[in-house]
Design a protein around this ligand. Sequence first.
Ligand SMILES: [Zn+2]
Length: 263
Amino acid sequence: MIWHPPRVYQGQAVWLHLRGVREDATVEGAIGGRPLRLFPYAGGQAAVVGFDLETKPGPQAWRIAVLEPGRDPRTLTGSLRLHRREFPVQRLTVAPGMVDLDPETERRAVAESERLQTLFRMTTAERLWRGRFVLPMAGKEPGTGFGARRVINGKPRSPHGGTDYPAPVGTPVVVANAGRVAAVGEHFFPGRLVIVDHGLGLYTLYFHLDQVAVAAGDRVDRGQPLGTVGATGRVTGPNLHFGVQVGPARVDPASLLSLDVRD
Ligand SMILES: [Zn+2]
């Protein structure tokens, strides 16, 4: 049982590699009360596990049941310590209409957010991705703002669930890994958006797009153009907001990009 990396923080995606369990084993497990989505990998089993940026630090109990042909069923248990991460505070000023919403707009924004939450709870049974995830945009600008506690026009708001990559309007955006386009839409805060389902509960999110080059249901490959950077939705300037969901957990895209997966 190996965790990569071994030290785990709030808002992080980690890689769990279970060795000594055959690829054809039936495995089922949970951590912190949420199901583990294991798949055959390198002569064993593996899973991508995500801890939401607001999950309380502390021990996360895990349990995995293993059923292998010709052997008695086994149950493995243990605990992983989730460490606290200090997130920055970000003060922003945006147009008042983008923060003090009229009731109709408020209802729209809430309904859109709930639709996305529902989507992230759906789990495609098959793993659609392979190998490493790539940054969806070329450029020198390091992304910023993951997990930032946001104070917008002087009022505290919910933390920032993704990373922002500032770039000129029209800069190409590509898919981070293979998957299926789960949603294309126009939402109030995210603007023009694309969401890619990579299977087993893993999703990547691309917000504030100008042009979109894919349609819902399309199969997509790593590096395939999905659209261009824009300034749609609530932005302070043109940027790509790149987000990663492992089920309902919002995780730092940098942690997904750094997973050393070889297949
Ligand atoms: Zn953002």
